[in-house]
Design a protein around this ligand. Structure first.
Ligand SMILES: Nc1nc2c(ncn2[C@@H]2O[C@H](COP(=O)(O)OP(=O)(O)OP(=O)(O)O)[C@@H](O)[C@H]2O)c(=O)[nH]1
Length: 594
């Protein structure tokens, strides 16, 4: 009966597979006069799982601040009203059970840039975040950039004022408003100011400035900020000082260059002494000889024999070949549904001239830099202005994402041992089952439900001897059982029986343990049991007796996965191992070979 069911499913398989493709109908229509040749049924029904992925992320740049002067009839000279640039968007990874692996991901992810500020003190729009869904159990290794930050752990206090909505104080006293005039508002203190579109916008800016002062006072009260007293003095009428000067960041380098001859020119780079002339970097001595810029600069050296591919099917990644980059392993993990982490942070927006008046476009200048009111016209250089008003670039990060499925029980066995069939019998999972080796090309997960309890079981693609040198599907999938609590070794009792292909179960067990240990030392050292499958096959009862004699110190369960015989006992045993009620484990010393 069950054989019939398996057969009928197998007969349907090729049709189901081909119907997946939308091009099937197109090709039938286009080539209808060509005799139809029956396509050979492909043995591989699933695409390979992508469980390792390199991701290049770039957060959005901040928008530029605006430089604008608002004039009115009563105020001909006008006041600055250019808003700040908006913050760039972040690149965020979100943990989602709806995603199996990394095959749907793009290698290059870019978040939106912030909008530019505009007149009437309008702050640029916030750049759009880019949220990338990754499977549960994603581990992040960092190749370049900063360590990602968990969104949940960011408190409101840590957030940028740009991100806090509705923080504008509106009911401040007149004296507060007056005291705010002339105080430059630093970028972290600026909030969006509602644009009423009438002439009262200057008052709003003042209110805004005093709101910032209030916040600063609050921060001081909480002991968050250290006050640096007397950082600068304003003693003369009209004297101006920039925040940069106040912070003492810039040192004047006197006499860095002299222009003494008529027409003499000097570049900024030369002035900064950045470039040194390297004499005789290359000789061109033969006719037709060519030399590239890179060779001249001696940048490229040939590295001979960086890697060898000597075995069939051997694979090597670019990273492995270059061996150049230092990887910071396991910088973050995404294990809970909905968990989010920021992998690249958007840049802050540039300052508008409301926030930093020195960014303002020059007020009208009369006769050699003296303004009408007699104030001297000391301003920032054009370079300084543009660096303050330009938005900051968003951060970049290069990550390696690795998937380590999270399961309580890992089913490990040789190909065709019946692991997928067993997973189907233990849970409601419906993995692909085939009578050929390597049907399973990706780990399958299933849930074993009890009254008050649920256990996740992972079916790992079949391992063969030499998997650690990439034979078969290699041992890459073994990372999926690194996190399992319990191992269930599934062996095929009928293997090697009556001249059939395969090796006896005790040798299967020895090879499996060795492959686990080659992948990660100590991986086999966890509570385990042996599942002796295909007990329904003729002659397997004797093999089972032999197996019991040769393998000791570990619980053993004879089952027929197809008929689900012995499965309830196995479920109970797995539950006890996961709960910690039992803790036997299989080890090499307890396997007796000839
Ligand atoms: N007679 C018998 N056949 C079984 C039993 N369990 C599984 N099989 C058959 O064994 C073959 C392999 O089963 P799978 O469940 O695909 O084996 P697997 O270990 O997942 O194989 P890979 O995907 O290659 O790792 C199928 O033809 C199953 O029908 C069993 O208890 N008795």
């Amino acid at each position: 009966m069950w054989m019939q069911r398996v057969k009928s499913v197998w007969q349907l398989e090729p049709f189901r597979r081909s119907s997946d493709s939308p091009w099937r109908f197109v090709s039938i229509f286009a080539y209808s006069d060509v005799p139809q040749k029956k396509a050979k049924a492909a043995p591989l029904q699933e695409t390979r799982m992508k469980d390792r992925f390199t991701l290049y992320s770039k957060a959005g740049d901040g928008g530029s601040g605006c430089s604008s002067i608002r004039r009115s009839r009563s105020d001909r000279r006008g006041k600055p009203d250019g808003g700040n640039g908006g913050r760039g968007g972040d690149v965020i990874l979100e943990c989602s059970p709806a995603v199996w692996d990394f095959s749907g991901l793009q290698h290059h992810i870019r978040a939106g840039r912030g909008g530019h500020g505009s007149a009437k003190n309008r702050i640029g729009t916030r750049g759009q975040d880019k949220v990338v869904l990754v499977p549960v159990g994603t581990v992040i290794h960092l190749l370049k950039g900063e360590i990602p930050s968990n969104i949940e752990t960011r408190s409101e206090k840590d957030l940028d004022p740009w991100e806090l909505p509705g923080t504008v104080a509106t009911d401040l006293s007149e004296s507060d408003q007056q005291s705010a005039i002339g105080n430059p508002i630093m970028p972290d203190e600026v909030k969006s100011v509602p644009n009423t579109g009438n002439s009262s916008s200057h008052t709003e800016i003042m209110v805004e400035a005093s709101a910032c002062m209030q916040q600063t006072a609050q921060a001081e009260m909480e002991g968050e900020e250290e006050i640096q007293y007397n950082v600068a003095e304003l003693t003369k009428q009209g004297q101006q000082i920039t925040p940069v000067q106040m912070e003492g960041e810039e040192e004047i380098q006197y006499n860095i260059a002299e222009l003494t001859k008529q027409g003499q020119q000097i570049t900024l780079a030369q002035m900064e002494g950045e470039e040194e002339i390297q004499y005789n970097v290359a000789d061109l001595t033969k006719q037709g000889q060519q030399i590239t810029q890179a060779e001249m600069e001696g940048e490229e050296e040939i590295q001979y024999n960086v890697a060898e591919l000597t075995k069939q099917g051997q694979q090597i990644t670019q990273d492995e070949m270059e061996g150049e980059e230092e990887i910071q392993y396991n910088v973050a993990e995404l294990t809970i549904q909905g968990q989010q982490i920021i992998i690249a942070c958007g840049g802050n927006g540039g300052l508008g001239n409301v926030s930093c008046p020195s960014v303002s476009s020059k007020p009208k200048v009369y006769k050699s830099g003296v303004r009408r009111d007699g104030e001297s016209d000391v301003e920032l250089s054009e370079d300084d202005k543009s660096s303050l008003s330009a938005g900051l670039p968003g951060s970049e990060a290069v990550l390696i994402l690795e998937l380590k499925s999270i399961a309580d029980v890992g089913l490990v066995g040789m190909p065709n041992a019946g692991k997928s069939t067993l997973l189907g019998a233990l849970s409601r999972a419906k993995p692909t089952i085939g009578h050929y080796a390597f049907t399973t090309l990706r780990p399958n997960l299933g849930n074993m439900n009890f009254d008050d309890f649920s256990i996740t079981v992972a079916d790992i693609p079949g391992l063969i001897k030499g998997a650690h040198v990439n034979c078969g599907l290699g041992h890459a999938f073994l990372r999926h059982i690194e996190r399992t609590k319990v191992l269930a070794y599934v062996v095929d009792l009928s293997s090697g029986l009556d001249g059939r292909k395969g090796i006896p179960p005790w040798e299967q067990l020895k090879d499996l343990i060795l492959e686990l240990e080659y992948h990660l030392e100590g991986l086999s050292d966890r509570p385990s049991l042996v599942v002796a499958n295909k007990i329904d096959e003729a002659g397997t009862d004797k093999v089972y007796e032999e197996l019991e004699r040769r393998v000791q110190g570990v619980p053993m369960y004879p089952i027929c996965a197809v008929l689900e015989e012995g499965v309830p006992e196995l479920r109970a045993a797995l539950k006890m191992l996961v709960n910690g009620e039992k803790s036997q484990r299989l080890s090499l010393e307890n396997i007796y070979l000839d």
